[in-house]
Write a protein that binds this ligand. Structure first.
Ligand code: AMP
Length: 282
C-alpha cells in the first residue's frame, strides 16, 4: 500500500475508516517532523506490531512558550515523507494549525502530579500543550497502539497517565532512546548545534552513564548530582536546568528504600540557545 499524506481530519477519517473496516490494527507515532533515526525506529516498531502504520507531523504551537523556538523549529515535510515511505509507513497525517485548533477551540487537557516536576518547572505550559494535542490526535487516529520515545521520558509518563485517566482505548508503548555512536541522543534540535557545541553535547549522556555507575557503586545521591552538575559546567554547558536522580514512575526524589532498578536519571541543559534533554535508567 503506497504512502498517503492526509492534510486534514476529513481525509484522515476516510483513509483510516477503510483500514478499520478491513479489521486491520493501527500503530501510531505522533511527531513534530524533522525526522531522524529515532523517529524512524518508532515507526518501524509501530509497523512491527500493527498492520497499518500512521505517523503524524505537526509542530504544535500550544507546547511552545512565546520565547521558545516554535518559529525556527525545523520543518522538512517532503524529506520526512520520503523517509517514512522507505520505512513502509502507510499514512502520514500532517494537519494545519487551523485543523488542529479550529476557531472556537477551548479545551485544555492537564495531567496533575507527574507534569509538575522537572520539565514542568522549567516549561510550565509544555505538558498541557502536549496532553491536549496528543489526546486530540489519539482520538482522531483511533489507533490500537501508540509509540512514544523514552527520550522524552516525562512526556511518556504524562501520556500514559492521561490515556489511563481518560479511558482512551489506545495502548501506549515506550521505545528506547536511539543514540549516535558517541552516546548523544538523537534530537531534531541537534541540528541547531555548531560543531563545537556538538562536542560538548556528547558529554551530557556520558555524564548520565557515569552517574548511573556511581549510584550502582553505592555513592550518595546528593554527592552524585553535585558531581554531575560540576562536570557538565566544566564540559562547557552554559546552564543546567536539572540533572537529577528520580523515582522512575512518580519522578519524585527516590525513597530511602529505593533500589537502582526503580531509578531514572534525567537532565536538561543549555548550549547557547539550544536546550538539550536526556535520561537513562540507572
Ligand atoms: P519529537 O517530534 O522530536 O517531539 O518526537 C516525536 C517522538 O519521537 C516522541 O515520542 C519522542 O520521544 C520520540 N523521539 C525523539 N527522539 C528520539 C530518540 N532519539 N530515540 C527514540 N525516540 C525519540
Amino acid at each position: 500500500m503506497p504512502l498517503e499524506i492526509c492534510k486534514d481530519p476529513q481525509s484522515l477519517r476516510s483513509r483510516l475508516g477503510a483500514v478499520h473496516r478491513e479489521g486491520k490494527t493501527i500503530g501510531f507515532v505522533p511527531t513534530m517532523g524533522a525526522l531522524h533515526d529515532g523517529h524512524i525506529m518508532l515507526a518501524r516498531t509501530a509497523l512491527s506490531q500493527s498492520d497499518h502504520g500512521v505517523v503524524s507531523i505537526f509542530v504544535n504551537p500550544k507546547q511552545f512558550a512565546p520565547h521558545e523556538d516554535f518559529d525556527r523549529y525545523p520543518r522538512t515535510l517532503e524529506a520526512d515523507c520520503a523517509k517514512l515511505e522507505e520505512a513502509g509507513v502507510h499514512t502520514v497525517y500532517a494537519p494545519a494549525v487551523e485543523d488542529m485548533y479550529p476557531q472556537g477551540f477551548q479545551t485544555t487537557v492537564t495531567v496533575a502530579d507527574v507534569s509538575k516536576p522537572l520539565e514542568g518547572e522549567f516549561r510550565p505550559h509544555f505538558f498541557a500543550g502536549v496532553a491536549t494535542v496528543v489526546a486530540r490526535l489519539l482520538l482522531q487516529v483511533g489507533a490500537d497502539k501508540a509509540f512514544f520515545g523514552e527520550k522524552d521520558y516525562q512526556q511518556l509518563q504524562v501520556v500514559t497517565r492521561m490515556v489511563e485517566d481518560l479511558a482512551i482505548p489506545t495502548q501506549i508503548i515506550g521505545v528506547p532512546t536511539v543514540r549516535e555512536d558517541s552516546g548523544l541522543a538523537l534530537s531534531s534540535r541537534n541540528a541547531y548545534l555548531s560543531p563545537e557545541q556538538k562536542q560538548i553535547a556528547v558529554q551530557l549522556s556520558k555524564t548520565l552513564f557515569r552517574m548511573a555507575e556511581k549510584i550502582r557503586d553505592g555513592e550518595d545521591f546528593v554527592a552524585v548530582e553535585g558531581w554531575a552538575m560540576l562536570s557538565l559546567m566544566k564540559a562547557g554547558f552554559e546552564k543546567i536546568d536539572y540533572c537529577t536522580i528520580r523515582d522512575k514512575r512518580s519522578l519524585q526524589t527516590p525513597s530511602a528504600a529505593a533500589v537502582p532498578e526503580d531509578m531514572r536519571i534525567l537532565a536538561a541543559a543549555w548550549l547557547g540557545k539550544t536546550r538539550l534533554i536526556d535520561n537513562i535508567q540507572v
